[in-house]
Design a protein around this ligand. Structure first.
Ligand code: FAD
Ligand code: NAD
Length: 404
């Protein structure tokens, strides 16, 4: 008899956690494991706001996948997933196809644009290494160009951030630190630079602890960020954005627009015919897709309900990694012919958001914290994620050790 074929799509938090755990649990004679990812590197999605602002080089946010997989047990395929054909147990890639007995879909998120006109064409999103690098370069280009022009266009130096969720707020923290450096580098009067955050909800970080929200907003305002709360982006154009508040609309001209106002599951999910809400599949307790005993869906492509409040958990790396651990154990069980699978239960340890390299806000292990203490905690969380996938060696290579 042949080994069961296990195919894992995506080498982000969920996918890499699954593979690195599974390779320790099964022997070469038990399963043929294949990992597919668009790039030959893994990136820390949770650090991309830093690469985008230019406060941390993008190479610091990524490492080769080969560094953490056991190539005796795992076959790595660098390719783009196009479609999953569940009825044929087949995955269509850009350059080929793969058959599976068990599939894990961990392809992460795509930006949610809610059909707002012009966003796809004119706004940037903090989504991967390519987009982060492009944002950094685009902003720097605006600063570099400013003094070369006969007629100075101050709106070049306006940066709009759409959404004051965690991504928007963390990016603003980095940007507020980066702008003074750019001003020095390109001889620009800091007063000419505007950073404007537009948030549709009545508060920044909706749903988060109000005291911590106030701290975060005050710290960012102190560094020059303007907030437009209760204001929605209605359209994005080549010149900037159109916003709406109550019944009024207004144009804000800007050289850079960053859309950080939400995510949905990878488009492969819906294109492959899975029943989904905003591209996310409401998975069974054991992380399998309803009606598909051979397909696990984890990370940002999955949706799980917080039964205490009867609402979905927000998609996070924390959950994706925990799902990866359970998914690996469930795969090992199936490979060994067991029928009973383990249910997934998230263990939320807290939420910490950085506000630049030396400041943060958060709740961790039941305690509220701000400032350097929270910032230290955030770096420990970042280092822990590296440790979970690649052990102490990876922490030494890629970890964050500049604490104060
Ligand atoms: P990802 O980790 O994003 O990985 C998806 C992988 O799939 C990538 O390697 C990608 O290249 C690959 N891929 C995508 N499409 C294809 C394709 N078609 N073919 C082949 N490969 C493909 N969460 C937290 O818990 N804490 C935080 O502090 C935090 N900070 C964040 C900061 C930012 C700036 C952002 C954007 C998100 C943050 N999040 C945080 C959320 C967190 O990053 C996601 O929830 C998490 O990355 C989801 O993990 P995943 O495995 O589903 O996807
Ligand atoms: P989000 O959905 O959490 O926040 C998006 C924000 O954009 C919301 O506040 C929403 O009101 C606003 N918005 C929506 N439409 C708008 C419009 N038209 N105009 C203006 N504002 C609009 O999305 P996110 O911040 O990208 O986060 C995605 C996921 O990643 C979340 O689950 C989040 O918890 C997680 N994350 C966690 C951390 C952390 O733990 N430190 C950091 C970043 C992201």
């Amino acid at each position: 008899v042949r080994n069961p074929k296990v195919v894992i799509l995506g080498a982000g938090y969920g996918g890499l956690m699954t593979v690195t755990r599974l390779q320790k649990m099964v022997s070469v004679n038990e399963a043929d494991i294949t990992l597919v990812n668009k790039h030959d590197y893994h990136y820390e999605t949770t650090w991309l706001h830093e690469a985008s602002a230019g406060t941390l080089h993008h190479d610091r946010c990524r490492y080769p996948i080969k560094d953490v997989i056991d190539t005796n047990k795992v076959n790595f395929v660098q390719d783009s997933v196009k479609l999953i054909k569940t009825d044929e147990k087949k995955v269509i890639l850009e350059n080929g196809e793969l058959n599976y007995d068990y599939l894990v879909v961990a392809l992460g998120a795509h930006p949610e644009t809610f059909g707002i006109q012009g966003l796809k064409e004119y706004a940037f999103t903090i989504s991967n290494i390519n987009s982060a690098r492009q944002i950094r370069e685009h902003i720097e280009y605006q600063f570099a160009t400013y003094n070369t022009e006969e007629e100075k266009d101050d709106t070049r130096l306006t940066i709009v951030v759409g959404g004051a969720g965690f991504t928007g707020i963390e990016f603003l923290g980095e940007l507020a630190n980066r702008v003074p450096e750019l001003c020095r580098e390109y001889d620009i009067d800091p007063k000419k630079v505007r950073i404007i955050c537009v948030e549709a909800a009545p508060t920044a970080l909706p749903g988060f602890d109000p005291e911590l929200v106030e701290y975060a907003v005050n710290q960012l305002q102190r560094k020059g960020v303007e907030f437009r709360i209760g204001t929605a982006i209605k359209e994005c154009t080549e010149q900037g954005i159109i916003v709406g508040k109550d019944d009024q609309t207004e144009e804000i001209k800007a050289g850079t627009v960053i859309w950080a106002a939400g995510v949905r599951g990878n488009s492969v999910i819906e294109e492959s015919g899975f029943e989904a809400m905003r591209g996310r599949v409401k998975v069974e307790k054991d992380l399998r897709a309803p009606g598909h005993d051979d397909v696990f869906i984890i990370g940002d492509c999955s949706l799980i309900i917080n039964e205490e409040i009867n609402r979905p958990y927000p998609p996070t790396a924390q959950i994706a990694m925990q799902q990866g651990e359970v998914c690996a154990r469930n795969l090992a069980a199936l490979i060994r012919g067991k029928k009973e699978l383990e249910p997934f239960k998230p263990d939320i340890k807290g939420t910490v958001a950085s506000l630049g390299e030396d400041d943060a806000v958060g709740i961790a292990l039941g305690k509220k914290m701000v400032g350097t203490k929270a910032s230290f905690m955030k770096k420990m969380i970042d280092n822990r994620a590296l440790y979970m996938v690649g052990g102490a060696g990876l922490v030494l290579k890629k970890g964050k050790f500049k604490f104060f």
